[in-house]
Design a protein around this ligand. Structure first.
Ligand code: AMP
Length: 273
């Protein structure tokens, strides 16, 4: 595995390698969720590139940019063991200059849900993803369904800007008790971790209600809210795959999304129905 910190150098190398390139962008503190993306990229491509970059422009003021978990040594080992060919580790000044062109997230679907609690967050995400896609020029790029709105907006950007890359959505990896893996889980105390299980449990409840024939969004949301008590729920919605609110679940075209605050940690999860 080769570690590269310069964007130009990575671009030059990747222009010379033949075959397909699979790319997995991350912010590090890698866990089994990231590894599943890397493994999928490994099986589908000749060359695998992973980036680790804690992107400052997607953090709002007062968010956890400075204390976001950084585990460079462990991350390198995980990448090496997962069969990564090139690990891109840029510094902030390699990725950003001053007074730059900046991508603006769609004004409606970039500013609802996660974009409403974190206004501007998705503009930062799309900006860094666009930069990374231009540096790597991958055949395929891998993103988790766990960050469903992010995945949707990246797919939109690829469509809107006619980018020549296949976006591959990847399943959410969970602990054995259901908690969705997240780099931010390290913030949870033992007690909070237990409380956090209510999130995946509420989504399982939604699935079982739908299986039993309950398709009304309002009823599903009501039942989930009870299951989530006493957590502070930031949002709990039933949307179609285009992120429009829907009154009735349509099997094969629905996502139920939850964001809840456990202690002081904001946790996201969702289920695709
Ligand atoms: P992050 O490092 O949090 O920016 O995540 C990098 C990529 O890993 C994103 O595409 C995430 O959606 C994905 N990811 C994060 N958590 C999980 C998970 N539990 N299962 C699958 N993919 C995940």
């Amino acid at each position: 595995m080769q570690i590269i910190t310069s964007a130009k150098e990575l671009q030059t190398i990747l222009k010379q390698v033949g075959g397909t390139v699979g790319f997995v962008p991350t912010m590090g503190a890698l866990h089994e969720g990231h590894v599943s993306l890397i493994k999928q990229a490994r099986t589908q491509n000749d060359v695998v590139v992973v980036s680790i970059f804690v992107n400052p422009t997607q953090f709002l003021q007062g968010e956890d940019l400075d204390k976001y978990p950084r585990k460079e040594e462990a991350d390198r080992k995980i990448c090496e063991l997962s069969g990564v060919d090139y690990l891109f580790l840029p510094q902030v000044d390699e990725m950003y200059g001053k007074d730059e062109v900046f991508v603006e997230a769609p004004l409606v679907r970039g500013y609802i849900l996660e974009g409403a609690t974190r206004p501007g967050h998705f503009s930062g995400v799309l900006t860094v993803v666009l930069k990374l896609l231009h540096i790597v020029s991958p055949s395929r790029a891998y993103f988790g369904k766990k960050d469903a709105q992010q995945l949707f907006l990246i797919e939109e950007m690829v469509r809107n800007l006619f980018l020549d890359v296949e976006i591959v959505p990847c399943e959410t990896m969970r602990e054995s008790d259901g908690l969705a893996l997240s780099s931010r889980n390290v913030y949870l105390s033992k007690e909070e971790r237990k409380e956090a299980l209510k999130i995946s449990s509420s989504l399982n409840l939604a699935r079982s209600l739908v299986t039993k024939g309950e398709l009304e969004s309002e009823k599903i949301i009501e039942a989930m809210k009870k299951r989530l008590e006493p957590l502070e729920v930031e949002y709990l919605v039933v949307v179609n795959r285009r992120f429009e609110s829907i009154k009735q679940v349509v099997i094969g075209d629905t996502i139920v999304l939850v964001e809840a605050i456990v202690g002081s940690t904001r946790l996201l999860d969702n289920i695709w129905l």
